[in-house]
Design a protein around this ligand. Structure first.
Ligand SMILES: Nc1ncnc2c1ncn2[C@@H]1O[C@H](COP(=O)(O)OP(=O)(O)O)[C@@H](O)[C@H]1O
Ligand SMILES: [Mg+2]
Length: 231
């Protein structure tokens, strides 16, 4: 595997873009790949930007990951990093931002973290004046029109267990049946405070010892590698 570019994107804040991007980067490095992470979300001081700072300035001996902060039209930077690395992970802000458009123009996978809180109690899709899922689906179709090799997927994050499990099932069914570009990965990330604990050190959950979250991230990474290698 070499030169693979993954763009993590969703216009909504707090869905887990930075969590997914940083943990996938760590997983790549732990699997022996030469990994690079790019923060391309200019509107957020938290997230990958502060994660990078903690990782670089901390006193822990974590796996080597090259990191960059890069905003605006990032096409050339992303391509240049891909020539030097096995895998480049880009944490993007808004779905139709210059960052996500320019990164998607050269990427292999657009990965959209989604939380399973998109339905009301009657099982109706929540959407106020707009339907955010269709908007994302259409946006990804446009990205694919500009890049024939772009694959897309969603990752269900903060996946509910116990009493809210129905929301997870509904969300998976809806995305699978009603969208072209937002097919969920089989593996999900469950809700766990392991993610924020690890992020506080500039680490991935797999670097904090074994935990259910570490196991989930490892399976997600394995599925992503399979998806990237699919014809
Ligand atoms: N699976 C999860 N379980 C629990 N907390 C999570 C999970 N994923 C993300 N979080 C937390 O949710 C908050 C927002 O996540 P973040 O990755 O920064 O979202 P985004 O980059 O989309 O704004 C952070 O505090 C993060 O630690
Ligand atoms: Mg973020």
């Amino acid at each position: 595997m070499s030169g693979n570019i993954i763009v993590v994107m969703n216009q909504k804040g707090g869905v887990g873009k930075s969590t997914v991007a940083t943990n996938i980067a760590v997983e790549s490095a732990l699997a022996g790949y030469n990994a690079c992470i790019i923060d391309a979300d200019p509107n957020r001081k938290q997230g990958t930007k502060s994660w990078i700072h903690k990782r670089v300035n901390g006193k822990y001996d974590f796996a080597q990951i090259e990191s960059r902060e890069c905003y605006g039209d990032i096409f050339d930077t992303v391509q240049a990093r891909a020539r030097e690395h096995d895998i480049v992970i880009v944490d993007c802000g808004g779905l139709d931002s210059t960052e996500s458009a320019s990164a998607c123009a050269t990427a292999h996978l657009a990965l959209v973290p989604i939380e399973c809180d998109i339905f009301d109690e009657q099982g109706e899709l929540l959407g106020f004046s707009s339907d955010p899922i269709s908007e994302m689906d259409n946006m990804l179709s446009r990205m694919k029109a500009g890049n024939r090799t772009l694959k897309t997927a969603t990752i269900l994050n903060k996946y509910p267990t116990s009493s809210f499990a129905k929301n997870g099932v509904l969300t998976r069914k809806y995305l699978t049946e009603r969208t072209k570009n937002l097919r969920p990965l089989k593996q999900t990330l469950k809700h766990s405070n392991e993610f924020s604990k690890a992020a506080a050190y500039g680490a991935g959950v797999s670097e904090m010892g074994s935990s259910p979250s570490a196991g989930q991230v490892q399976l997600v990474f394995k599925e992503i590698v399979e998806l990237l290698n699919e014809e």
